[in-house]
Design a protein. Sequence first.
Length: 277
Amino acid sequence: MDPEKRIRISVVIITYNSANSLEPLLISLRRQTLLPDEIIVVDGGSRDETVKIAKKFDCKIHIEPVKIRAKARNLGVQVASGEILAFIDSDCIPERDWLENLVRNFHRGENIAGVSGKVLALNKEKLIPRLLDLLSSGKPHYATWNIAYKKKVLEEVNGFDDRLHACEDQALAWKILRKGYKILWAPNAIVYHRHRESLVSFLKQQYEYGKWAVITRRLYGISYYKSLLLLFTLPLLFLFKYLRKISLHPLLPFLLTLSAASYSLGSWRGFLCKLES
């Protein structure tokens, strides 16, 4: 991309009953050091004040009873006018220079299709989010709570795979990387996300991730047997891998072990699911 050219930027947010979190996000987007040209809200038919709040901030709003996230994001891609599309979740708050730090990386080469940023816990006063911060806050990712892509590349790979109810962001990244493009990591592009707070909710989430991770890998011809074997090696994992994390927090090995068990159970469920490829 030409660094002298003004790049048009769209921010895409999908919502459903997001009234409690959407307004702080939209306020933060209107205060960015690099302002977006448009904010697109794709709402799945909220029954609260979500749409009313989005209207206050002059967002482009599309109301569709779409319960699959990939379909909702594809609609956002379709209607966006930007050359760069930045994705963020409705329960996130970005730093003021978030967009600027994402977008500047697209000037580093024509083969750069995407840039992802760092995610930290918004609710780190709670135990589980605080533990998750110790593990994942500094690791590159392809999650749509903090990532930007060139629109033309998204169109080239036919966007998100709407057969998937989760892991659609990972599948999208695989499709893009297989085309020979690069997805960069920008740790100074920071977003704060409200992580799951209750143990039950967190473990259900890990179960779903495990299920859809196996389905996704099967659809894209990637080995998933490691995930299936995880359940049978939990004691060894706890002793030889997770126990080392006790230096970060005494409860961290226990959370990791429970998470691994839930993920593996979900993996087996995904293995038994029938989904057309």
